[in-house]
Design a protein around this ligand. Structure first.
Ligand SMILES: *Cc1c(COP(=O)(O)O)cnc(C)c1O
Length: 429
């Protein structure tokens, strides 16, 4: 294949090249296992002395093609697909943390991740401090401890639409000798590539724009290959000391830039096994082929809808970084010059019931838990995704009780605007 393809071409061609007479579409290798003619060859695979497939829980050709495409899109050295975005964020952290460790994370993050870090990781003995990403470097620095192993944030937060100052976060992380992990789900590598701003590891819920059709749940962990684990060997014994469960090999030494990804596959996938079905990876790849076109349309539609909402006097507030007055507009101009995404957060004048009446009056736009696919949809986080959080936790997670999350799809924008107008007429008058 031609080297150094541009992003749009990588969406179409990345990760896979058909050889003479082979299928042009990466085939679905829906097989648990792979056959070898002699036992010695298979033993070499188990010892990681030879590359090859033996069991789909560890690696599968279809999954690998799609992981490679996402790695290329993010300009990383390698990637692993997971069975969900939740699994991706869990693995990204758990690959470098163990009981007794600590992470620092932006509090402007997805509700599921908020719970994973704040509740479930705690049960595994990994402590977590939430910080306001807009605080000064000095204030955020105070959250770090000697046992801190990572800093985490979302490029564009779900559902608050906050834009992360990635360079600032990277600086703080590196001053403390730990990697910056960025969940790039909403921006996608079309609109932002966190590695270009200093992030070390990127995660995705591929369930969202990368798929774009709402057909599969999946995730991805991508490594830039740039974090120098061995320079901080004491902090990262999992990567920098021999793994007795894998014949005493030391991942960061033996695999260099691929150490982090190799450990994630050889250890976490082996023991925890959250792999996607090859069929799902095939579906994800169908979506990836048009990602660049869809993101353009999501952004153009969302910009028009955000402007219309802002101009409507029945709307109390609108958060969309494409609006010149938005608190994150300047950060968006820096990190998201070609557009952010299709997701808008807004509140209506009135009470909680006004929001619910508005949503119930929509005709084309669906009420769904999902976000970030071809169909425009809405959600009221306080009554849906975040309903297990207390008011204090809601505020901490940057979610106002009246916040409506509108995920603008790729329909004709006039149909989206018509539907919003008629629902506003019914709900507010
Ligand atoms: C949806 C989402 C997740 C979780 O992904 P699943 O695929 O639903 O497990 C994580 N991070 C962000 C930003 C998300 O939007």
């Amino acid at each position: 294949m031609k080297k150094n393809l541009r992003t749009a071409s990588l969406c179409v061609h990345g990760g896979y090249e058909a050889k003479n007479g082979e299928p042009i579409e990466p085939p679905i290798i829906q097989s648990t296992t792979f056959k070898y003619d002699n036992s010695e060859e298979m033993a070499m695979l188990f010892d990681l002395k030879k590359e090859g497939y033996f069991y789909t829980r560890l690696q599968n050709p279809t999954n690998d093609v799609v992981a490679k495409k996402i790695a290329q899109l993010e300009r990383g050295v390698g990637a692993v697909l997971t069975s969900s975005g939740q699994a991706a964020n869990f693995y990204a952290v758990f690959n470098i943390c163990e009981a007794g460790d600590h992470i620092v994370t932006s509090n402007e993050i997805y509700g599921g991740t908020f719970n994973l870090f704040g509740v479930t990781l705690k049960k595994l003995g990994i402590d977590c401090t939430f910080v306001d990403p807009n605080d000064s470097e000095e204030t955020i620095q105070k959250a770090f401890r000697p046992n801190t192993k990572a800093l985490f944030g979302e490029t564009i937060s779900n559902p608050g639409c906050a834009v992360l100052d990635i360079e600032k976060f990277a600086r703080i992380a590196h001053n403390n000798g730990v990697p910056l992990i960025v969940d790039n789900t909403f921006a996608t590598p079309i609109n932002c590539r966190p590695f270009e701003w200093g992030a070390d590891i990127v995660t995705h819920s591929t369930t969202k724009y990368l798929d774009g059709t709402a057909s599969q749940v999946g995730g991805c962990v991508v490594d830039s290959g740039r974090f120098d684990w061995l320079a901080h060997a004491k902090k990262f014994p999992g990567l920098c000391t021999p793994d007795e469960s894998y014949h005493g090999l030391t991942y960061a030494k033996k695999f260099g830039a691929m150490g982090y990804i190799t450990k994630l596959v050889a250890q976490l996938m082996r023991d925890l096994g959250s792999i996607p079905a090859p069929m799902n990876s095939f579906i994800l790849n169908l979506g990836l082929q048009s990602l660049h076109l869809r993101m353009r349309q999501h952004c153009a539609n969302a910009q028009q809808v955000a402007e219309a909402l802002q101009a409507d006097e029945r709307v109390a507030w609108v958060h969309y970084s494409g609006l010149p007055g938005d608190a994150y507009h300047q950060l968006a101009e820096k990190y998201l010059p070609n557009g952010s995404c299709g997701v808008i957060a807004f509140g209506l004048k009135g009470d909680r019931d006004t929001a619910i009446r508005f949503m119930d009056s929509l005709q084309m736009i669906n009420i769904v838990t999902h976000v970030a696919d071809a169909r425009t949809c809405v959600l009221h986080p306080a009554s849906h995704t975040h309903r297990q959080l207390t008011d204090e936790q809601l505020r901490q997670a940057g979610v106002a009780p009246d916040l409506i999350r509108l995920s603008v799809g790729i329909e004709d924008v006039d149909d989206i605007l018509d539907d919003i107008r008629q629902a506003l007429n019914k709900a507010v008058g």
